[in-house]
Design a protein around this ligand. Structure first.
Ligand code: 4NP
Length: 158
């Protein structure tokens, strides 16, 4: 199965949502996809997703409560086929682990799936209220739909 990794700073707000949304869409599409997430920082390792992320996911029929935060590690760039950063800080922190052009090529900012080349960030919702999380959910939902489409067309070509 193709392996996709979602990466943010803490792995408790944005990337757990991205993981849950992409996994949900893959299942619905009958796509064999392995999805995981990680944080560039270690502050929240071992913790479940932020209650506001769990709540917004649940409202949209997705259960992310069994996820636990982990930190990104160098071997992730070897193990995963595609690695999506939420913002440019994550993007640069991920690339710092890359061992060569093959690994660099795997990394992109997630909103580029919906808006190619724009490098739009998924804003960190940690210090805001619940509507920040709804906004993040909608952004990730749009990008994850495009990611599903692109993986489908990739696996349909010779
Ligand atoms: P995330 O949000 O990167 O989307 O998981 C954050 C969570 C925690 C912190 C920052 C961002 N923090 O500084 O603890």
């Amino acid at each position: 199965a193709m392996k996709v990794l979602m990466v943010c700073l803490g792995n408790i707000c944005r990337s757990p949502l991205a993981e849950g949304i992409l996994q949900h869409k893959a299942r619905k599409a009958g796509l064999d996809l392995t999805v995981d997430s990680a944080g560039t920082a270690a502050y929240h390792v071992g913790e479940p997703p932020d209650s506001r992320s769990r709540e917004i996911a649940s409202k949209h029929g997705i259960d992310i409560s069994r996820q636990r935060a982990r930190q990104l590690k160098a071997v992730d760039l070897k193990d995963f086929d595609r690695i999506y950063a939420m913002d440019v800080n994550n993007f640069q922190d991920i690339l710092a682990y890359a061992k060569g052009p093959e690994e660099v090529k795997k990394v992109d900012m997630i909103m580029n799936a919906a808006f190619p080349g724009k490098n739009l960030p998924v804003p960190d919702p940690y210090y805001g209220g619940q509507n920040g999380f709804e906004h993040v959910f909608q952004m990730l939902d749009e990008s994850c739909s495009k990611i599903i489409e692109s993986i489908r067309s990739e696996s349909n070509s010779p």
